[in-house]
Design a protein around this ligand. Structure first.
Ligand SMILES: [Zn+2]
Length: 702
């Protein structure tokens, strides 16, 4: 039988497990119940897909998301693993055919929706087959305390009743401690092993900003600095989704709108276009993204504040599931909170009104906070982490200048007062800026003393000041969003209190330099590979990311392998995928290499010299030998050799010096023999080191 490491490499194409994936895999194989809280992008599917390949029987995966099931089945079939799904999407003929395959023991995976378990007939079929374990995806849906309770999940307590000896593996991306306990209880898990990953997503760069007007300019600036990437923009309303999609198309982006008001056909097409990379940006209401398995979503933008931090965390979690750097950007205003509040108040059947309001309040505090964003999210999920320091706007912005806007605030408050506190912000700004708007003239507000006293400030700046006043409760929102002045507001109006505002919150949109960055050679190759991948995806009708992930394509563009062996060294390339798609990419590599000889020779070094390389360099300059360096630095000799290569590439090391360092290392003459026999050796690590040396010298002597 294969080892888990062989399956990992040959089927999934990974050299090693990511943090605690291995523990989860081992626990599942050991037959114990498992409850895993793993943020999106933490490598969840591998955790439950790998064990079954080492076990007898079929795995039943229960998921509420049909689109996700569909993608997973496709991806598994693409790896030559027999998987099917039963859902309302399939005809009853198809479903009974699948059940037959199941009864004949021809399946490794069956994906089903939770509502199937209300059918005794279906449960009866399952009782006749050999199930190795159940997987329950999105397990937080079972808990009424969670943010997405689904009634059909309640039936899943039947699992332990009907299959007392089959283990259950429950997975969710988000759960507070309370929800976690509720999941274990509701599913009647038997002494489950709990795994909880750190909530921090190390590859997410978070930015939150007050929205200026409709936010379109801000989105455009964001997209300009994230050119060529694909992502999702979430909007509050359908109309807004349509509007922004159109706006982006006019700006030459490949964007499409997606919301519940569209026909099924249109929705399916947008979904497919996104997955097959014919569209880069989907502008959607929250109806989009549930069940998106696309691993290379590079950004998620919110044009308004989500309802809860759980929703937000789950939505931003859709970015960067391949582990590559991704960007999330949230635009908010005080008005969002008010709108959401009305939504909650109006929902008659919401039995959790006060919880919902608390969650909303927390979400808003997150937006306006000056603390590390990652830290706030973690604390919400009762996880404690240090500040990220480099991955959020608050950690990286440094000291922010405070601007005294007391006089402007007085003008604003005075305008509100003169308009008898009966108007919303738009009308007030019109008054301040001397608009000739019909409504304003009808009310005779052009006769007021405050008319046109604020034309030197933009509308956006006035809104930012108004937001600040609402923030500190100097203003309140009354019926029809009319602005009312509070006691604190009166003090500011009378000049008894001052008002300061963070300069970056003033809404002064600094026009971002429109840098048209020259793409590097690697980037150009990456783009070429993406095109090739898109073609193959369309031909084979599989999602693009299933073929090779972005990370793999990036590594390919840097290394441009030309042999099968070199190709298999690339992370994310297993044997199965290589057999299917490898040759097309190998040919492309060959062609690129031939056509760009000069450019490749003069290529800038692939990696930056970080601290660790420089430490090695310092030791080299102090005349240490390679072995001494390895010892001092407590690193393997192979690491030091890779440092050497990079230092040489960066011209920090001369050819002579490199030779001199390598001189004392003699390769045992029996190395070839050793390699042949290598697989019988106990220590794989030792073998790898020697193989590395062997490869290295082979390259050197060429
Ligand atoms: Zn931070």
């Amino acid at each position: 039988m294969n080892s888990k490491y062989e399956v990992l490499k040959d089927i999934f194409g990974h050299e090693s497990f990511r943090s605690f994936q291995e523990d989860v895999v081992d626990t599942i194989i050991g037959g114990q119940d498992v409850l895993t809280i793993l943020p999106t992008g933490g490598g969840k599917s591998l955790c439950y897909q790998l064990p079954t390949l080492l076990m007898q029987g079929v795995t039943i995966v229960i998921s509420p998301l049909i689109a996700l099931m569909q993608d997973q089945v496709k991806a598994l079939n693409d790896l030559n693993i027999s998987a099917e799904m039963i859902s309302s999407l399939q005809s009853s003929d198809e479903n009974s055919f699948t059940l037959q395959k199941l009864l004949q023991g021809e399946l490794k995976f069956l994906y089903v929706a939770p509502e199937r378990f209300t059918s005794n007939e279906f449960v009866g079929v399952l009782q006749r087959i050999n199930i190795n374990y159940f997987v329950i995806d999105e397990a937080h849906c079972v808990s009424a305390w969670g943010h997405e309770f689904r009634a059909e999940y309640r039936n899943l307590d039947r699992l332990k009743q009907f299959f007392p000896d089959t283990s259950i593996c429950a997975f969710t991306a988000t759960a507070t401690k309370k929800v976690e306990a509720d999941i274990a209880n509701s599913l009647r898990l038997n002494n489950p092993k709990h795994f909880r990953a750190k909530t921090k997503r190390d590859n997410l760069d978070i930015k939150v900003e007050p929205r200026v007007s409709n936010g379109k300019r801000q989105i455009l600036n964001f997209l300009k600095t994230h050119r060529g990437m694909c992502g999702i923009i979430y909007t509050f309303t359908r109309k807004e989704a349509e509007g922004i999609a159109k706006f982006l198309c006019d700006e030459n982006y490949k964007a499409a709108a997606y919301h519940a008001g569209l026909s099924v056909d249109v929705k399916n097409r947008v979904f497919e276009d996104f997955v097959y990379e014919r569209v880069d940006i989907v502008v959607a209401t929250i109806a989009f993204g549930m069940g998106i398995d696309k691993s290379n979503i590079r950004f998620v933008v919110h044009t308004s504040m989500p309802k809860t931090l759980e929703n937000y965390y789950q939505e931003i979690g859709r970015a960067g599931r391949d582990g590559d750097m991704s960007y999330v950007y949230l635009l908010y205003s005080k008005a969002d909170e008010v709108k959401r509040k009305i939504q909650i108040e109006e929902a008659i059947d919401d039995g959790y009104k006060s919880t919902s309001l608390e969650k909303l309040e927390f979400m808003y505090r997150y937006c306006v906070s000056n603390n590390c964003r990652h830290k706030i999210i973690a604390s919400y999920f009762e996880d404690e982490i240090p500040s990220c320091e480099t991955l959020c706007d608050n950690c990286t912005k440094g000291e922010v200048e405070q601007v005294d806007v007391s006089v402007d605030a007085q003008k604003l408050l005075s305008a509100i007062f003169r308009c008898e506190q009966r108007f919303g912000i738009n009308h007030i700004v019109d008054v301040l800026r001397g608009s000739k708007n019909q409504k304003l003239l009808e009310f005779g507000h052009d006769k007021l003393s405050v008319y046109n006293i604020g034309s030197q400030k933009s509308k956006n700046e006035w809104i930012a000041i108004c937001d600040k006043l609402i923030d500190i409760q100097a203003l309140e929102l009354g019926e029809f969003r009319a602005l009312k002045i509070s006691d604190l507001g009166m003090k500011i109006l009378k000049g008894k209190e001052k008002l300061f505002i963070d300069s970056d919150k003033l809404g002064l949109l600094v026009k971002q330099e429109e840098e048209d960055l020259e793409l590097s050679f690697d980037d150009k190759v990456f783009e070429e590979f993406k095109t090739l991948r898109r073609e193959i995806a369309n031909e084979n009708e599989v999602p693009a990311y299933v073929i090779f992930g972005d990370k793999t394509l990036k590594e390919l563009s840097q290394k441009l392998p030309i042999t099968k062996e070199e190709f298999l060294e690339i992370n994310g390339v297993g044997k199965v995928r290589f057999e299917k798609y490898g040759n097309a990419f190998l040919e492309a590599c060959q062609k690129i290499k031939e056509e760009n000889k000069e450019e490749i020779e003069n290529k800038a070094p692939s990696k930056k010299l970080t601290k660790t390389y420089l430490e090695t360099l310092e030791l080299i300059e102090n005349e240490k030998t390679l072995e001494e360096i390895a010892q001092i630095r407590d690193l393997g000799i192979s690491s030091i050799l890779s440092h050497l290569s990079l230092l040489y590439e960066h011209k920090k090391l001369s050819q002579n010096k490199k030779q001199e360092l390598l001189e004392p290392i003699k390769i045992p003459s029996e190395i070839k023999q050793w390699i042949e026999q290598g697989l019988q050796y106990e220590s794989l690590k030792e073998l790898r080191q020697y193989l590395y040396l062997y490869e290295y010298f082979k390259k050197e002597s060429n």
